[in-house]
Design a protein around this ligand. Structure first.
Ligand code: DHB
Ligand code: FE
Length: 278
């Protein structure tokens, strides 16, 4: 049976992709942020996951405001990236795992999650930047993209994302393959890119959220989506991707391997987290 070896999470700011493309990792603005990936990469080199399930939000590349699924799961043999207009290079296609995708889709539908299935799916910076950060040599494992609407209201609640993540975790655990799987939550932490509160960051909330991820991960599910927007910003609500990835990995306590928190990268409080089974 497949085994979940951990849950990773990171912010996905497009400027990170630009910094990687330009080789700026050691520049003063970027050094502390990129140095924070040494420990996650050491952990990954040790654990060597075969497959990654990426919980992320599409920002208009694959889904636009005219058609916006609440949850969508990729079921393709490969996923293409494309130009989003951020001035970062388009990356080569990412390998999929259709067999696991369909196992997840079957289990989600059987458990009343009315998802969209995508046999063709473009993946945007929220998918590509985390994979580039954790696997800078381009050797990321084959992936299942799981897309959550964090963009156009109404958004799914944190509680619903937790439940969806749990169902994905059950599907992975029931997958009849002797493979190691890691989950990734993409986005956050607090940031708001537009309107009167542009630049909004809430460090106390972010640190509390990070604190709860190992031992009390359902803490944030007490908040409605509007409360999360109030506390973390219109884009900070991307933290629901973290909750789904955390839920998929384990319903119970996990052990924190490493965590970073860095204000700001671009407009965002950038954070990274690695959890492993307790
Ligand atoms: C930024 C952050 C995001 O999450 C995103 O999707 C795009 C831009 C930013 O801070 O620049
Ligand atoms: Fe984003």
């Amino acid at each position: 049976m497949a085994r979940i070896v951990g849950a990773l999470a990171t912010s996905h700011i497009p400027a990170i992709g630009g910094a990687i493309a330009r080789g700026l990792q050691k520049e003063p603005y970027w050094k502390r942020f990129f140095d924070g990936f040494d420990r996650p990469r050491e952990w990954l080199a040790r654990e060597k996951p075969d497959v990654v399930a990426v919980f992320y939000n599409d920002h208009g590349l694959n889904f636009f405001l005219d058609k916006m699924p609440t949850f969508a799961v990729g079921a393709a043999a490969q996923y293409r990236n494309d130009d989003e207009g951020w001035g970062i290079p388009t990356l080569p296609p990412f390998k999929g795992v259709p067999e696991l995708s369909w196992a997840i889709i079957d289990h989600l539908i059987a458990n009343d999650f009315d998802i969209v299935t995508c046999q063709e799916m473009l993946v945007d910076h929220a998918f590509t930047v985390p994979l580039k950060l954790f696997w800078p040599d381009g050797d990321a494992p084959a992936a299942v993209p799981i897309c959550i609407n964090t963009v156009q209201f109404p958004l799914p609640s944190a509680k619903r994302c937790w439940a969806m993540g749990r169902a994905v975790g059950e599907a992975i655990a029931g997958w009849d393959r002797d493979l190691k799987v890691v989950t990734i939550g993409s986005g956050g932490l607090s940031h708001q890119l537009e309107g009167q509160r542009a630049g909004f960051i809430n460090k106390p909330f972010d640190l509390k959220f990070l604190d709860t991820m190992a031992d009390d991960p359902e803490w944030a599910t007490q908040f409605s989506v509007l409360e999360l927007v109030e506390k973390t910003g219109t884009q900070g609500v991307e933290l629901i991707n973290w909750l789904a990835a955390r839920a998929a990995a384990s319903p119970g306590p996990m052990r924190k391997v490493t965590q970073t928190y860095h204000i700001p990268i671009s407009n965002t409080a950038a954070a990274t987290l690695v959890l492993e089974p307790a």
